[in-house]
Design a protein around this ligand. Structure first.
Ligand code: EZ4
Ligand code: CO
Length: 403
């Protein structure tokens, strides 16, 4: 007899940073977890799930994963966008987790089994100046990581994306958005020298990545891509604003530096042109923000056909639940090239005990059934939640621009 969903509970908690987690419980007592965290807009997704989705799940067969996805996506009529897709994604991941536990299989086995022994990852190195940056690069190298994202301060700017004080960079500020100032010319003058210094320091054979965070116009991005070509980057990420797929064509016409984009995309339609016209090298959608496992597999399958590789987003706001889903996909999907792993504050690891782990500079999903993640309820008190906001950024003349 088919199992039935009996409970769908939404937890908003803050084990040092905010997370929204969906917990589904079936009549047979199987628990499935999903992540619905949208950094800076957590309660909107929680309400979407609690008020609009959870009541529809009760009584459904948890085995109907694809039908439930279609029901929630098409049934909403007002579809796409980060809030709705994160909510649907959380349900989808929780149902895959249930299926894994029901069948006693780790998810990667249900996706067709391993296509690789281990999943490549990259870590973040940051520093206001080059010396501080190189220290973090060396630490990651010493820990066995071969791919490193490098972010540095820009002369004349007080706050720069990617550079923080804590051990794990967290851009979201509590209470109100931090206001940053941005200077494109200062950045474009400075960054090639930083990347030159890092390449010189590490030598060949280390993958170097850099995130521009949607700050440039297409022609500025083309200039940066050309300027850093000789340093052989693994990729330049998010060089232009994410809405304009056509922008990447101009960048690509000017540079052979590989291009990655897509952490803010929510559906395959946000990147259809980028993929089918081969305007990028890496698609960066995350399980949580692109409709869960079922939808992201379609994005990756489309990308495979057009020779585009997948490289899922993995900051600390992607919870260990989504990270698990991504790692299971990563070892079972042919065109996943690398998984970002920013790391988490210790409390986050304790709040979401997980079987996935780092081994010799690579990621492994572990062999527990389903996602292999559980919840430590003591660390998911709703009282800990506090509103948090991502920063906003203005140019020197006061014009608001893309953070
Ligand atoms: O700014 O996840 O590649 N990683 C990133 C992240 C994003 C945050 C926003 O919540 O761009 O640091
Ligand atoms: Co990014």
């Amino acid at each position: 007899m088919a199992d039935v969903i009996e409970q769908a509970e939404v937890l908003v908690s803050s084990p040092s940073r905010n997370y929204v987690t969906l917990r589904i419980v079936t009549r047979d007592g199987i628990v499935g977890l999903g992540d619905a965290t949208v950094n800076g807009r957590e309660l909107a997704v929680a309400s979407y799930l609690r008020d609009h989705v959870a009541p529809l799940l009760i009584g459904r067969d948890p085995g109907l994963i694809e039908d439930t996805w279609q029901y929630l996506y098409r049934g909403a009529y007002w579809r796409r966008g980060p809030i709705g897709m994160a909510a649907i994604g959380a349900v989808d991941v929780a149902l895959w987790d249930v299926l894994g536990k029901r069948t006693g299989q780790p998810l990667y086995a249900l996706f067709g089994g391993r296509v690789r022994d281990r999943l490549a990852t990259y870590r973040h190195a940051q520093g206001w100046d080059i010396a501080a940056l190189l220290e973090q690069v060396d630490a990651h190298r010493a820990a066995g990581f071969d791919n490193i994202r490098v972010q540095a301060g820009v002369p004349g700017l007080d706050i720069v994306y990617g550079i923080g004080n804590g051990s794990v960079y967290e851009p979201a500020g509590r209470a109100a958005p931090v206001e940053e100032t941005w200077d494109t010319e200062a950045y474009l003058r400075h960054m090639p020298g930083v990347l030159a210094a890092v390449r010189e320091h590490v030598g060949d054979g280390v993958g170097l990545l850099h995130d521009v965070h949607h700050r440039l116009t297409p022609i500025q991005a083309a200039r940066l891509g050309k300027a850093v070509e000789e340093f052989g980057l693994f990729w330049l990420e998010d060089v232009t604003a994410a809405e304009d797929q056509e922008a990447l064509r101009l960048v690509r016409q000017h540079t052979t530096t590989p291009l990655a984009i897509g952490e803010v995309f929510n559906t395959v339609w946000d990147c259809q042109q980028l993929i089918t016209q081969r305007l990028i090298d890496y698609i960066r959608t995350a399980v949580v923000h692109a409709g869960g496992i079922s939808h992201i597999r379609k994005i990756f399958a489309l990308a495979e056909i057009f020779g585009v590789q997948a490289a899922p987003h993995g900051p600390s706001d992607v919870s260990p639940v989504s990270m698990a889903a991504s790692i299971h996909l990563g070892v079972a999907t042919h065109n996943v090239a690398i998984q970002e792993y920013m790391g988490y504050p210790d409390l986050v690891h304790q709040a979401f005990p997980h079987s996935w782990h780092v081994e010799e500079g690579h990621l492994q999903p572990g062999d527990e059934p389903g996602l292999g993640v559980s919840l430590n309820d003591d660390l998911h008190s709703p009282d800990d939640y506090e509103p948090a906001y991502l920063p906003v950024v203005r140019r020197r003349d006061g014009t608001l621009t893309d953070w």
